[in-house]
Design a protein around this ligand. Structure first.
Ligand code: SAM
Length: 243
């Protein structure tokens, strides 16, 4: 899998490339990262990537041309690296106006060869660039971030941990919240040593070694937690089962 990022802050992505689970997977070549700074695709001495909005108003807007050139370079690099058809690469803009990212989308992406991700800054990106190049828009939620970089990293991390070989124990992703194989419920509570901490014991069943009873306890806790915190997920499950 390969992600190409168009960003004014390429150094931010070292957090994902070099640290933790995603860092190990990158070191093992499970995924690769291309970083493209629109400033490198400008021609003026100031390396200008933004300008004032037509119609007035506050802030600046990212210009279409440097972004467009950077997309072309990313497409060409992907083609050179893997023979991928440059016209079929998804070009995804992180945007509050996009579809809300979720586990189902992460699972879909995990079956793909990756994407070119556009990280907006300032007031956003010239609409003509979006109209010409962007194939989908993705949002993290109903709040505004200062830039698309953190959003892109969240999306990438949610995808990368689903790739075969990324997690030490493949089962841990299978037991996570929102997994369709577990009816999309929230994960059950976890406990580790010591058996009693601050006067609070670990639920006895977890010490029993009885796998069927432990599985049943976990399922019950998942259902109870989901019912309490996310009744919408229980409703969605009922709707799926009645189909
Ligand atoms: N003026 C824009 C608006 O009100 O919708 C917000 C621009 S924001 C300051 C700059 C960039 O951060 C956006 O272009 C987008 O790339 C990114 N961004 C902000 N909030 C986001 C969100 N909830 N999900 C994904 N990306 C977001």
């Amino acid at each position: 899998m390969r992600f190409d990022l168009l960003t004014l802050f390429p150094e931010m992505f070292s957090a994902l490339r070099d640290q933790g689970v995603s860092g190990r997977a990158h070191a093992r070549g499970i995924w690769t990262l291309g970083l493209w700074n629109p400033r490198d695709f400008t021609e003026d001495v100031h390396r200008t990537v933004d300008d004032r909005p037509y119609g007035g108003g506050p802030g600046m807007v990212m210009m279409a041309e440097p972004l467009s050139r950077a997309v072309a370079a990313a497409r060409a690099a992907r083609h050179a690296a893997s023979g991928e058809d440059p016209d079929r690469v998804p070009v995804v803009l992180l945007s509050p106006a996009g579809r809300r990212h979720d586990q189902q989308l992460a699972a879909q992406w995990a079956r793909s060869s990756g994407a070119i991700l556009i990280c907006g800054r300032y007031e956003g990106v010239d609409q003509r660039f979006i109209d010409r190049h962007v194939t989908e828009e993705l949002s993290l939620g109903d709040y505004v971030l200062s830039g698309g970089e953190l959003a892109a990293m969240v999306v990438m991390d949610s995808v990368l941990r689903l790739l075969p070989g990324v997690l030490h124990d493949a089962q841990s992703a299978e037991q996570d919240s929102f997994n369709p194989a577990l009816d999309g419920l929230l994960d059950s509570p976890h406990y580790t040593r010591p058996e009693i901490w601050d006067g609070m014991p670990v639920p006895e069943v977890l010490l029993s070694g009885h796998h069927a009873q432990i599985a049943e306890w976990r399922r019950q806790r998942s259902v109870a937690l989901t019912t309490e915190r996310r009744p919408d997920l229980i409703q969605a499950l009922r709707a799926r089962k009645s189909q």
